[in-house]
Ligand binder design. Structure first.
Ligand code: SF4
Ligand code: SF4
Length: 115
């Protein structure tokens, strides 16, 4: 178990490879009208959302994955964060089971602006 100023929490994944997404692929795909949002201040890092997702497409990762980002503001964010949440948009069905499961209402289903 790791220890942060928020207390004990599980070790983060470190068995991943970070890759840049092809911008042409992103432009061509159909964009969903809804998305899963996170209010980070409410998250207690319990990982229940990861555990319950039927498609295994929500991940709580180590902030180390963005610590060498080109953007200084992202580097600052990484240095101040306990975890980075990533949802695989290709697999997420917007079923909202993770939203229902979250014990602190940190997750929510929202509309993409402009849709
Ligand atoms: S909305 Fe459903 S599919 Fe998407 S991350 Fe949450 S549980 Fe998984
Ligand atoms: S279920 Fe909610 S509180 Fe728990 S890790 Fe996921 S977002 Fe955070």
């Amino acid at each position: 178990m790791g220890k942060t100023d928020r207390g004990e929490h599980p070790l983060m994944f470190d068995d991943y490879t970070v890759q840049q997404v092809d911008p042409n692929w992103l432009q061509e795909r159909v964009k969903p009208k809804r998305h899963i949002g996170l209010t980070a201040e409410l998250c207690i890092l319990c990982r229940a959302c990861e555990d319950v997702c039927p498609w295994e497409c929500i991940f709580m990762m180590s902030p180390d994955i963005i610590q060498n980002a080109d953007n200084p503001s992202i580097q600052t964010l990484a240095s101040q964060s306990s975890a980075v949440f990533i949802i695989d948009d290709n697999e997420c069905t917007r079923c909202a089971i993770c939203v229902e499961r979250c014990p602190t209402d940190a997750l929510w289903l929202g509309r993409v602006e402009g849709n």
